[in-house]
Write a protein that binds this ligand. Structure first.
Ligand SMILES: NC(=O)c1ccc[n+]([C@@H]2O[C@H](COP(=O)([O-])OP(=O)(O)OC[C@H]3O[C@@H](n4cnc5c(N)ncnc54)[C@H](O)[C@@H]3O)[C@@H](O)[C@H]2O)c1
Length: 335
């Protein structure tokens, strides 16, 4: 059994990753400020420990790593809102890059040589072809994507110079909730399409706005590749196994290879929730790519990963179960 430090561990993806690691027999330590995460996730993570702190708190990181004999790190802590990163890039470069490099340096000083990093489809920017594979050129269109790309490049240098091996997982759109019903998404502000669609179906919002109805897609709305959060979580376990077995640093896309349009999401949600909610068509948002679909062939081939929960119905059904049983999230005062 190895002990894994998960930064951002009380967040949406971090909590699901923690559960998957525990199921796979690892000990996990969640490290999070809880600014965006929720301490309540611990209830559903048997044996997990929570350390509340900032990744920039070097003394606390060293203490946590030493006291628990941590052998690998999963680094998910970050700010994640694309629009906010355009309005306030300093906040993003400071947290996702500057603090992250300081954190990486502290991790290196403790002798840890394995790290998994949550990167994003945003490193690619506007797609030049589809589906997007790992060879696709990088051209982030916002500071959020830049921060992730910079950190990926730093990780490459860290392997070359110091032997710290890492796997960057470039998530496309994470969605869905733990099929057991224990964990789910509780983000404020909520900006993701599937939660917003379900909130509208549940009557938490009066209507759903569709941004852009004149894209060159079959129904005119933007197309995205949604991946169930449990499939993402399993990829972390496989990536960790690979590093433990000596894999070299690399990066993998994580999506399903199938895109769904905004209208398809709305129609499927209306069917599953049996609700005909109000939909308002609006103009495109600047910087929103027409279509983002991943080729995940490499991770399937090299790590044996395959999506199990990422069909659209399962994604929406599990998310709907979570949101309808947790109308106010974990703590009862969000949303
Ligand atoms: N949700 C998606 O669709 C998606 C897609 C691509 C990449 N990602 C990446 O996955 C990771 C997790 O995303 P999420 O959706 O779970 O977001 P989230 O906001 O739920 O989780 C991020 C967690 O990091 C914590 N955090 C932020 N800064 C910190 C700091 N300095 N020190 C300690 N903790 C800190 C927050 O409190 C939060 O709990 C992020 O790195 C994000 O960029 C997410």
């Amino acid at each position: 059994m190895s002990t894994i430090l998960i930064t951002g561990g009380t967040g949406y993806i971090g909590s699901h990753v923690a559960k998957e690691l525990i199921t796979a027999g690892h000990k996990v330590i969640l490290f999070d400020t809880n600014e965006m995460g929720h301490a309540e996730v611990l209830t559903y993570l048997p044996g997990a420990q929570l350390v509340v702190g900032d990744i920039a708190d070097s003394d606390l990181i060293i203490k946590t790593v030493k006291e628990n004999s941590v052998t690998a790190v999963i680094h998910l802590a970050a700010y994640t809102l694309v629009g906010e990163s355009v309005e306030d890039p300093a906040k993003y470069y400071l947290n996702n890059t500057a603090k992250a490099v300081q954190f990486l340096e502290v991790i290196r000083s403790t002798g840890i040589d394995k790290l998994i990093f949550s990167s994003t489809a945003a490193v690619y920017g506007e797609p030049q072809y589809s589906p997007i594979d790992e060879q696709h050129p990088f051209s982030p269109t916002n500071p959020y994507g830049q921060t992730k790309l910079i950190f990926e490049k730093i990780l490459q240098d860290y392997e070359r110079a110091y032997g710290l091996r890492s796997i960057s997982l470039r998530f496309f759109c994470a969605a869905g909730a733990d099929p057991d019903g224990d964990l789910g998404e509780d983000q404020t502000p909520e900006t993701h399409l599937i939660p917003l669609t379900i909130f509208t179906a549940l009557g938490y919002r009066p209507s759903l706005t569709v941004h852009g109805t004149d894209y060159p897609t079959p129904d005119g709305t933007a197309v995205r590749d949604f991946i169930h959060v449990n499939d993402l979580a399993r990829a972390h376990v496989l990536a960790l196994n690979a590093l433990e077995n000596g894999a070299k640093s690399t990066a993998y896309n994580l999506g399903t290879g199938k895109g769904y349009s905004v209208r398809e999401i709305i129609e499927t949600t209306q069917k599953i929730t049996n609700s005909q909610f109000k939909v308002v068509d609006s103009t495109r948002r600047p910087g929103d790519p027409v279509q983002l679909v991943a080729s995940s062939d490499r991770i399937q081939r090299e790590l044996g990963w395959e999506p199990k929960y990422s069909d659209l119905e399962t994604i929406i059904r599990t998310a709907y179960t979570w949101f309808s049983t947790h109308p106010k999230g974990y703590s009862g005062n969000s949303k």
